[in-house]
Design a protein around this ligand. Structure first.
Ligand SMILES: *Cc1c(COP(=O)(O)O)cnc(C)c1O
Length: 446
């Protein structure tokens, strides 16, 4: 199939087409709706405006497009060898975001965020990272746009997964294991529990604290927020064109969900087609059974971090005190879900399912052995769901058109595959009691 050389010049904003607006973000102390000024210490004005925008299309700045052009448009491919191995009449397409320089979809938002910060005179960005994909994407964007980047990396990953740290440092960023002695939030946690493996929630607290203290420093978040969903829509905008070029339209669009950004990125432009033009595509969000915010969390106001520094947003959450199990290898460990993805789920516009990790790795290796690419463990959840859809289509004798987002490749996650191949992983389901316990610490909002 030919790949149309089309790089979008605008992002799509699902807020224009949803039947209702998401509830407002609240101030963490007063619990009153946030004004733009409340967010100004953390984010550049351009992103804050996008956060509340209801414009359907937002132009992509030319300098951002020029950087996108290094790897975009990403390929849309049909997985014919996988189809054949499954013996399915379904057509399986995937959008290959592994084609970016750091191997995932994350630079789609890292680049515009660094760009808008530089436009507003910011010289340093802080952020958190788990396995390191987001940290490497922001480090690359900082190198391109001349901004210093400081990354708090969840401690357990910092020591277990050194290669993405090296990648961040190669881009010139500074990478610190979190919790650290460099912030009040980090010191408080270390005083309580010096051996803590760290969590994304703690690392966010540290990064936010530094941004609040220095007017030339802002904070950058790689998922969850509305402006991130807008930037990631470049995936779905391209896929709409490329599916059209292939002469097909998807019956189902699938993506894995951590904070929800690659899901929103590929799904929202197609969901817009459903809402505006009566298309009937189904959308499937796939999460790990070890971190099941959409399938087992509650839809409630919660903090984005452990130290209660971030705004309160209404989302599907496992509680901001959630600590993912050490045994879980598949990424996607955040306690909350993007407010826009959460709302779409509340409104019945999308489906969600959770898989335990062993069948996810099994599906990933079937993909590797037929299509040749090793998926990131996160992406493997989407691969598993695409395979299940294709097998269901086979059972029903349907020619189903399946599109999934291949959010990233797994070349720097081979340790997880090593564990799987040598029988060191087992299935793990986050226990309901732990969820009930964590939900007791949700903020009271009336
Ligand atoms: C970060 C990441 C994810 C999960 O984040 P979302 O915001 O849910 O997209 C999924 N896949 C890859 C490859 C990632 O790097």
């Amino acid at each position: 199939m030919s790949e149309k050389r089309y790089l979008p010049d605008r992002w799509y904003n699902i807020m224009a087409d949803l039947p209702q607006a998401p509830p407002p973000a609240l101030h963490p102390l007063t619990k009153e709706p946030l004004g733009p000024q409340d967010l100004a210490a953390l984010f550049p004005m351009a992103c804050i405006e996008q956060e509340v925008s209801t414009e359907r299309y937002i132009p992509i700045p030319e300098e951002v497009r020029e950087i996108y052009a290094l790897w975009r448009p990403t390929p849309l491919r049909r997985a014919r060898r996988l189809e054949k191995a499954l013996g399915t009449p379904a057509h399986i397409y995937y959008k290959y975001e592994g084609a970016s320089p750091v191997g995932s979809h994350k630079p789609n938002t890292a680049v515009p965020q660094a760009y808008y910060n530089r436009q507003e005179g910011i010289t340093r960005l802080t952020t958190e990272t788990g396995a390191g994909q987001w940290g490497s994407a922001l480090s690359m964007a900082g190198a391109f746009l001349g901004i210093d980047v400081q990354v708090f990396m969840v401690k357990v990953s910092y020591y277990q997964k050194p290669y993405r740290r090296v990648l961040m440092e190669s881009f010139g960023a500074r990478c610190i294991p979190s919790p650290s002695e460099e912030t009040e939030a980090g010191r408080a946690i270390l005083a309580q529990d010096p051996d803590t493996p760290g969590t994304l929630g703690i690392a966010i607290s540290e990064a936010v604290e530094l941004a609040l203290k220095d007017p030339k420093t802002k904070y950058s978040l790689g998922s969850v927020l509305n402006h991130v969903m807008i930037h990631q829509s470049v995936i779905g905008e391209e896929a709409l064109q490329q599916m059209d070029e292939a002469g097909e339209y998807p019956d189902v669009v699938i993506a894995c969900t951590g904070g929800g950004s690659n899901f929103g990125g590929i799904v929202f432009p197609f969901l817009g087609e459903n809402l505006r033009h009566g298309k009937t595509t189904r959308f499937v969000a796939v999460e790990p059974a070890a971190s099941p915010s959409l399938t087992k969390g509650v839809y409630a106001y919660d903090y984005g971090d452990t130290a209660h520094l971030t705004p309160l947003v209404k989302m599907h959450t496992l509680g901001h005190t959630f600590v993912p199990a050490g045994i879980h290898a598949g990424g996607l460990r955040y306690h909350g879900m993007a407010p826009l993805v959460s709302l779409a789920h509340e409104l019945g516009l999308i489906e969600a399912r959770a898989y335990p990790q062993l069948p996810v790795f099994e599906a990933a290796l079937l993909f590797t052995r037929t299509e040749g690419i090793i998926p990131a463990p996160e992406t493997a959840h989407a691969v598993k769901a695409a395979i299940d859809e294709a097998l269901e289509a086979k059972e029903k004798g349907e020619e189903r058109i399946i599109l999934f987002n291949f959010s990233g490749h797994g070349f720097l996650d081979l340790g997880a595959y090593d564990d799987y191949l040598h029988g060191k992983l087992r299935n793990y389901e986050h226990p309901s009691e732990a969820i009930h316990e964590a939900l007791r610490s949700l903020p009271q909002v009336d």
